[in-house]
Design a protein around this ligand. Structure first.
Ligand code: SAM
Length: 220
């Protein structure tokens, strides 16, 4: 199968199962000059369904970009739910804020601007109620650090998802010097060794190429 076929299948699935309700968000991101590194529409809806399946009311996202995945998550938590999303780039956060407000979910989402490794200790100090779901999709070199923080901010039964861990298959290359590949290997190995988590990784293909996400459940 070629990448073109993956695109065709993704288009068919999106037409049939997702629709184009939020395509304006992706257009706004592109018009604002943001990189097109959001989750795909099918992945966004999948995230939304995971959040709904576990009855998530509190979601922590690391890596907002223009808020595309944030909107899917915010719709899942319902009117009384909350999403806290951490973003390094002030311009990305500004575009995300506009998109979230336009999508009608702005009140459920707090965006905290800064390096996530600075924002997370501040958040932890506030002793927030545990998050039901953590979606990690920022700088891949810090994936393992983000999972460690997620463990402090969740409870048994919470779900932690780490995006883009397969990296066009490069994750299998133990000799890779690519920092993002090394970050993916580090987090997968940490997930395998961490007794408080049960995890697996699902490989994916589609409009975003060949990649995959780690799915972990906090067990203790
Ligand atoms: N989750 C978004 C979506 O699917 O719509 C895409 C997020 S994009 C892949 C990664 C984002 O993480 C970028 O906006 C980038 O600026 C942000 N980022 C990179 N390093 C970061 C850091 N150290 N702390 C917080 N955010 C960071």
């Amino acid at each position: 199968m070629t990448n073109g076929q993956w695109d065709d299948v993704d288009r068919y699935l999106v037409q049939t199962l997702v629709g184009d309700a939020d395509s304006g968000v992706l257009q706004a991101n592109s018009a604002a000059g943001l990189p097109a590194i959001d989750v795909s529409p099918a992945q966004g809806k999948f995230l939304h369904l995971i959040a709904r399946s576990i009855g998530a009311r509190r979601v922590l996202e690391i890596g907002t970009l223009g808020g595309y995945s944030t909107i899917w998550l915010a719709r899942a938590v319902g009117e009384d739910g909350q999403v806290i999303s951490l973003e390094f780039e002030p311009r990305h956060a500004e575009v995300a804020r506009e998109n979230l407000d336009r999508a009608g979910v702005g009140k459920r989402v707090e965006i905290r601007v800064g390096a996530a490794l600075d924002s997370l200790p501040v958040l932890a100090q506030e002793e927030p109620a545990p998050f039901d779901l953590v979606f990690i999709d920022a700088d891949k070199i810090n994936n393992a650090n983000y999972v460690q923080w997620a463990l402090r901010l969740t409870r048994p039964g919470s779900v932690i998802i780490v995006d883009n861990v397969v990296r066009h298959g490069a994750v299998a290359d133990a000799e890779s010097t690519d920092p993002s590949v090394r970050g993916s290997r580090e987090v997968i190995e940490m997930l395998g060794a961490e007794p408080r988590l049960e995890a697996s990784v699902l490989q994916t293909v589609g409009s975003k190429g060949w990649d995959g996400f780690a799915y972990a459940v906090v067990v203790e």
